[in-house]
Design a protein around this ligand. Structure first.
Ligand code: FCB
Length: 471
């Protein structure tokens, strides 16, 4: 097929502060909710913690050199609120300095810094007063965003407010799998609304300071009814679409919550939280939408049969459904290949999603795929000094092809960020799941570019051509 990537298409890779930095209590940094959560019994697989992670805090210049070697055009990273404002008190000069040095190093290497302000690591001190269930946290976030902008506004052009608010609300406050590990549906919906508000307040404030590239990253899905003609499955898929996609897209793009969603969650107090003027703030215009895509969701309204394989979970700690008001929905397995996360591999889902967004939201800003990638078992450095990971390479090339197809069909996609640059701390899975295109030996911290990293690097240098070559 013809190569459909527009000129200037951004090829990048992504990480997040908690997952790579380490130095969790150094240079003034205090606990984030992930430090505290990881200390709870059975919260993280293997008792792993973000204390050292992959020591990026101390190895940053070498890691940027690796990015340059790979030929990355952009690097998506997050800043740690608990490092920059420990305990959400005054700004910590040493914490700020780290990000200032990172940005300088990136610019020096010709790599666009793509900054995310919140990738799930609330200062624990704010959690102690209710976290995102407390409306005040939205205003605290805005102050933190301004502190970051004071420091980096002259050098960072692309600002993302939140990463995947679905995970830091429903999965964190209703399911309990992510920090702070609560199982409280009401608090989860309060977190949704207050994170939206935080986003809108920060967009308004940074816009006022002259920022031109402001956006948010959402993890979106195609909710597919298991039996396409079964009204029970169709209804279940509608509910998942409302909770995963439209509960985020509509407030941000259209200044409103969907009516069907408000009805589905009517017993859990969302509507009551919306103060006068909130929706206008939340819908402040944005310049790009980040889309994280890993897999679709095959949805049913029927109980799974007794033979069904149980969901893979990281630990035996008690968890509940993240799907507030629709806890009964099930996710039957389809006959598709799976990654080590037990996630379906379905590249065409990415194409379909990118197309659908443009079709359903006429005011949609340009899109960037801000995360996509695969965890596979068995990565290790062989005797030849290489890491052979053909499944991950195939995953990447197929998904890049899907992006090319979407662009060819008219989707306005301007960049692709691979998750992840480095193997890292995969939240409740600890160090068990490796997503990196660079292997990290967790004992020695030695980095080795995997075959998938070499393939991605070739693809970047050829402007995306390698993707089509696989077909
Ligand atoms: C996303 C997260 C990212 C990483 C990938 C695998 O949900 O944003 O931090 O864990 O999944």
């Amino acid at each position: 097929m013809a190569i459909a990537f527009p000129p200037g298409f951004l090829w990048g890779s992504a990480t997040a502060a908690v997952q790579i930095e380490g130095a969790a209590h150094e240079d003034g940094k205090e606990d984030s909710i992930w430090d505290a959560f990881a200390r709870l019994p059975d919260a993280v697989a293997g008792g792993d913690t973000p204390e050292i992670a992959v020591d990026h805090y101390h190895r940053m210049p070498q890691d940027v050199a690796l990015m340059k070697q790979l030929g990355l055009g952009a690097y998506r990273f997050s800043t740690s609120w608990a490092r920059v404002k420990p305990g959400d008190r005054e700004v910590n000069r040493k914490g700020l300095d780290f990000y200032s040095r990172l940005v300088d190093e990136l610019l020096e290497a010709g790599i666009v810094p793509w900054l995310t302000l919140y990738h799930w690591d609330l200062p624990q001190a704010l959690q102690d007063v209710g976290g995102w269930a407390n409306r005040d946290t939205a205003y605290r976030f805005c102050e933190y965003a301004l502190a970051m902008h004071d420091l980096l506004g002259d050098r960072v052009m692309h600002w993302t407010t939140l990463n995947e608010p679905l995970c830091s609300s429903l999965i964190a406050y209703a399911s309990g799998e992510h920090a702070p590990g609560l199982r409280d549906p009401r608090a989860a919906l309060a977190a949704v609304h207050h994170q939206h508000l935080a986003h809108g307040l920060a967009v308004e404030a940074l816009r006022e300071r002259g920022t031109r590239q402001l956006g948010i990253t959402l993890n979106l899905t195609n909710a597919v009814p298991d039996q396409p003609a079964d009204p029970v499955d169709i209804e279940a898929a509608r509910r998942i679409d409302a909770l995963v996609n439209r509960m985020y897209l509509e407030p941000i793009l259209l200044s409103r919550y969907p009516d069907d969603l408000l009805h589905d969650v009517r017993e859990h107090g969302l509507a009551e939280l919306i103060a006068d003027g909130d929706m206008e703030v939340i819908g402040a215009p944005i310049d790009f939408l980040g889309v994280n895509y890993y897999h679709d969701d095959n949805v049913s309204g029927h109980p799974l049969g007794a033979q069904a394989r149980p969901n893979l979970t990281p630990t035996s700690r008690a968890k509940a459904s993240p799907f507030v008001g629709s806890e009964y929905v099930t996710f039957p397995r389809r006959d598709l290949p799976r990654t080590a996360m037990d996630w379906e591999v379905n590249p065409d889902g990415l194409r379909a999603l990118l197309i659908r967004l443009g079709r359903e939201y006429p005011t949609l800003p340009p899109l960037y795929v801000t995360e996509n990638g695969g965890a596979y078992n068995g990565d290790s450095v062989g005797e030849d000094g290489r890491v052979h990971d053909p499944d991950r390479t195939a995953y990447i090339l197929q998904h890049v092809q899907a992006v090319a197809d979407a662009v060819g069909e008219g989707a306005d996609v301007r960049g692709y960020f691979l998750w992840s640059l480095l193997d890292n701390f995969e939240w409740a899975w600890g160090f068990q799941k490796r997503f990196g295109i660079v292997h990290v030996d967790y004992t020695t911290q030695v980095r080795t570019i995997k075959d998938s990293g070499l393939a991605y690097s070739r693809l970047i240098r050829e402007g995306g051509r390698a993707a089509s070559d696989t077909n």
